[in-house]
Design a protein around this ligand. Structure first.
Ligand SMILES: C[S@@+](CC[C@H](N)C(=O)[O-])C[C@H]1O[C@@H](n2cnc3c(N)ncnc32)[C@H](O)[C@@H]1O
Length: 283
C-alpha cells in the first residue's frame, strides 16, 4: 500500500470538487502512523471480513483491504461513493455501500458481501458515536471485535469504573457485552479539518456470553437507564420516580440484602450488582 500523504484529503477533495460536511462528522485522517496503529488493533486475518463505517475518502480502507479478506464499507454521503470506487479501484475485495449505518443490519450486510463472524474497524462520525455503538452491540450478533475511534470522553465512558463521573448507561452496555480497552489517544492534528476535541481508539472484544447473567435483558437495561437518568438521586428514588415506578421500599430492601447502603446512588453499583438487583426486582 502506498502511504497516504499529509495532503491526501485536500488533494482528493480538490480533484473531485468536494468540501467537508461538518454535519456528517467529516474529519478525515491524514496520518499513516495513526491509520496503521488503528488497523493493527484490528488484528485482521486474510480470511476475515471487516466492516468500515464511514470510509470517507478511503484513507484507511486500502490498509484494511491489504490485511482482511473482504472489506465492506457503509458511507452515508452519496457524493463520496463514486470517489471511493475510483480511489480504491485497485482493491477487488472492497465493497462500498451507500447508507445510514444507524439503520444498517450489519449481520445481513456481511452475509451478502463477506463472511461471519466479522470485525468492525472505524473512525466514527462523532455526532452519532454513542447510538452507533449501541446499535452495533444490540443488533450485531455475528460481530466479534470492534475497533473504534471516538471522542476521548466517549472512550473514557465506555471503559469507566463504578463511582466515577464517566460511569453511566454506555459503560454498562459496553461492558455487559464486551471486554473494553482504551488503546491510545489521538490528537486533533492528524485530521483534516482538525476536530475541536481529542480522540481515542477503543478495542471492544465481544464476549461469547454476556459478562453477567440477567433474567430479563430488556428490564436490566431499563433499570440501568433509569438509575443514570437521575444519577444525583438515590437509586431507590430514581427507580421509584422513573417510568418503571418501582416500589422504593422493595428496592431498598434488596440493596440492603446485597450488603449495600439503602441510600446508595446508582453510579456506585457495579454491573454485577445491577444484575443482582434486577434479578430480584419485580417488573
Ligand atoms: C470521522 S469521518 C471518517 C472518515 C474516514 N474513515 C477517515 O478516517 O478519514 C466519518 C465518516 O462517516 C460518514 N458518516 C456520517 N454519518 C454516517 C452514517 N449515519 N452512516 C454512515 N456513514 C456516516 C461521514 O460522511 C464520514 O465519511
Amino acid at each position: 500500500m502506498k502511504s497516504i500523504s499529509p495532503n491526501y484529503a485536500k488533494e482528493v477533495m480538490a480533484r473531485y470538487g468536494l468540501s467537508t460536511k461538518k454535519h456528517l462528522g467529516q474529519n478525515f485522517l491524514i496520518d499513516n502512523n495513526t491509520i496503521k496503529k488503528i488497523v493493527s488493533v484490528g488484528d485482521l486475518k486474510e480470511d476475515e471480513t471487516v466492516v468500515e463505517i464511514g470510509p470517507g475518502l478511503g484513507a484507511m480502507t486500502g490498509y484494511l483491504a491489504e490485511q482482511a479478506g473482504q472489506v465492506v464499507c457503509v458511507e452515508l454521503d452519496r457524493e463520496l461513493v463514486p470517489v471511493l470506487n475510483e480511489v480504491l479501484a485497485e482493491f477487488e475485495n472492497v465493497t462500498i455501500v451507500q447508507g445510514d449505518a444507524l439503520k444498517t443490519d450489519f449481520d445481513r450486510l456481511v452475509q451478502d458481501f463477506g463472511t461471519v463472524p466479522y470485525k468492525v474497524v472505524a473512525n466514527l462520525p462523532y455526532y452519532i458515536s454513542t447510538p452507533l455503538v449501541m446499535h452495533l452491540l444490540t443488533t450485531g450478533f455475528d460481530v466479534k471485535k470492534l475497533v473504534l475511534m471516538v471522542q476521548k470522553e466517549v472512550a473514557q465512558r465506555m471503559a469507566a469504573q463504578p463511582g466515577t463521573p464517566e460511569y453511566g448507561s454506555l459503560t454498562v452496555a459496553v461492558q455487559y457485552f464486551c471486554d473494553c480497552k482504551v488503546k491510545f489517544i489521538v490528537p486533533p492534528t492528524v485530521f483534516v479539518p482538525k476536530p475541536a476535541v481529542e480522540s481515542a481508539v477503543v478495542e471492544l472484544n465481544l464476549q461469547p456470553q454476556p459478562t453477567v447473567e440477567v433474567a430479563d435483558r430488556e428490564f436490566f437495561f431499563q433499570v440501568v437507564r433509569a438509575a443514570f437518568n437521575k444519577r444525583r438521586k438515590t437509586l431507590s428514588n430514581a427507580l421509584a420516580n422513573s417510568p418503571l415506578k418501582l416500589d422504593k421500599t422493595d428496592v431498598q430492601d434488596i440493596l440492603v440484602g446485597m450488603g449495600l447502603d439503602n441510600q446508595v446512588r446508582g453510579e456506585r453499583l457495579s454491573i454485577h450488582q445491577f444484575a443482582a438487583l434486577t434479578n430480584q426486582l419485580e417488573r
